[in-house]
Write a protein of this length. Structure first.
Length: 256
């Protein structure tokens, strides 16, 4: 977990906030912002752990260190788990999508850095929701869709564990924005061999972390470390963000 000392070293401002979802439910948000940021990323959690989980906090810290603002949030089912102590199953897409949309709308309207390019993404389930938002033009309002530069997926759930036939490729193929996928090459929800066989669309690029599992953790015997894989993931995210921004600038200039 990111220490307070590390946060002070990079001057991270942490701001918790509660907003209202479309259905009136509370959505808890954490803004992790830095001075002189170059972009901002909305980062959604997966089905099993909330926005303060060590993985989420570490990715946020590493992104802050390379001048990227991060907005984390909890889907309401996760707060319900914390409140009741019961492990409720994740909500379905009809509930997850409006929640993510509410966060996007709030960030676009209330961000102190409105000029910053906006990227959306998440871990596992959160990344699938993010990709789904830009895959159907009827899901997200046009003014919000236009504000999104690209999608970042960490450990995309290509299929349920041990059910490789139940593919979840539609959000990736249908996405109208560039997509980065960072995946452990032995992820049980989509390993390297499987993903290469899917022949993903050109707007999707996939980076594999050697011997990484669904949380990017490699086996000790592999010689790789989780810390190195987390840093590599953020390096790939930063490279992707910079490339998307360069491509966007070139496209804009060509239209002039």
């Amino acid at each position: 977990m990111a220490s307070m000392q590390e946060k002070r070293q990079v001057n991270i401002q942490v701001k918790p906030q509660v907003i209202s979802g479309v259905d009136g439910s509370d959505i808890n948000i954490i803004w992790d912002t830095v001075d002189n940021a170059t972009a901002q990323v909305i980062f959604a959690h997966g089905a099993g752990a909330n926005m303060t989980h060590e993985f989420m906090a570490e990715i946020a810290l590493l992104l802050n260190k390379v001048s990227i603002n991060v907005i984390r949030f909890n889907f309401p089912f996760m707060d319900k788990r914390a409140l009741t102590g019961k492990k409720y199953p994740p909500d379905r897409m009809p509930k997850l999508l409006p929640c993510y949309q509410a966060v996007v709308e709030h960030v676009v309207k209330h961000s102190n850095s409105k000029v910053l390019p906006l990227f959306i993404g998440g871990k596992s389930m959160g990344s699938r929701v993010a990709a789904s938002l830009v895959a159907d033009p009827e899901v997200l309002k046009a003014n919000l869709l236009n504000k999104i530069s690209a999608v970042i997926c960490l450990g995309y759930p290509f299929h349920p564990t041990k059910k490789p036939e139940k593919l979840r490729l539609e959000p990736l193929f249908g996405a109208c924005k560039p997509v980065l996928i960072v995946q452990g090459d032995r992820d049980t929800l989509g390993n390297k061999e499987e993903i290469l066989s899917y022949q993903l669309a050109e707007h999707c690029q996939c980076v594999f972390l050697p011997d990484g599992d669904h949380s990017f953790k490699p086996r000790v015997k592999s010689g790789f470390t989780l810390q190195a894989h987390m840093k590599r993931a953020v390096e790939e995210i930063l490279h992707f963000i910079n490339q998307v921004l360069v491509d966007s600038k070139v496209e804009h200039e060509e239209k002039l």
